[in-house]
Design a binder for this molecule. Sequence first.
Ligand code: PLP
Ligand code: TYF
Length: 394
Amino acid sequence: MFEDLKAPEADKILRLMAMFAADPRPGKVDLGVGVYRDPQGQTPVMEAVRRAETIIAARQRTKSYVGLAGDPAFADALRRLILGDAVPAERVATCATPGGTGAVRQALEMVQRITPDATIWVPTPTWVNHHAIIDHLGQKSRAYRYYDAADGTLDREGMLADLAQARAGDIVLLHGCCHNPTGADLQPDDWRAVGDVLEQTGAIPFIDIAYLGFADGLEADAFGTRHLAERLSEVLIAASCSKNFGLYRERVGLCMAITSGPGPRAAAAGLMAHLNRQSYAFPPDHGARVVQVILDDRELRGMWEDELSLMRETMNTNRAAFAEALRAETGSDRFGFLAGQRGMFSLIGATPAQVETLREDHGIYVVGDGRLNVAGLTKDTIPGVARAVARVLG
Ligand code: PLP
Ligand code: TYF
């Protein structure tokens, strides 16, 4: 059966990760895959996570199965973190998934099951896995304008004009905060305008929120999600704890469906559990339990929030320092937009050839579309990276 098989094209971000690992040059700099790094260049286990794991190790008496939708206490804690009291729990169906990617997959599977003719509206650009999963499921998709590359900001007018063309029941994919790959986010006023368009068209938002707490703080970063949750009767949400809890390999995600009331909620919850069953039955529990223990314990939660704030400050400090170094190198404000964007990623506007030169000649690893992970920078690497970017992008 495998004789004539052609392997599908590999994920370009993960391919870059392998190339970086194989590069023997000592001065190489990884600005590729979306992993947070501290000022020493490490991705440590967060202290709150370590403590929660100690508590779990001491108290856990069984590793028996939990349930198809995962632990309800985890779902409840993460729902409250993201949604606050924007919607009553009786309207929200939840199901734990392997990572945010699993939540994206399960949400889109639900759409496929319920409304196979729906068009999925995706921002240009968006995370590569959005396209990969939508194409895998054979869903119809349409691009909406999102990013104004000329000044590194949201193309608000283009976005609203395109989304006005969505039909009732279509799905509009939005990034909750820290847009991947542009770092250009919707501001409260933009969320309100998107809410207006969704109300007018009857399209349903699908919010992918993988970086809560990485932009301006837990409350500020949840604004858009909560705003739409308050206004609309139906919202899909895919949440990840990979980044903000540093639990990448544990695979912690939650799929949420806000419904109009208890009846539809029960049906959606049933469908989610069913979809988990078809794919892998029980979602991973360890990382989800770590998140629940942290969120439900005052001391651990405070510790986690402090650590998260430090991570956010590191990224925002890197942004300002990198923009400043590029200003000094280029004598222009061409890269000034980097300081105003949020999250791990920004597009530096490099062509594929320039990305290759950065890698081959300077040992600087940036994703092929010119996406750079600002968390991969440190005080020591910023001057060299800025010099190389200025020279190569000349
Ligand atoms: N959605 C977006 C936009 C992402 O950038 C990521 C990457 O981390 C995810 C979802 C989910 O990641 P994971 O499956 O590792 O939780
Ligand atoms: O965009 C990123 O770098 C992260 C990590 O298939 C990631 O979101 C990259 C590729 C992938 C899954 C996760």
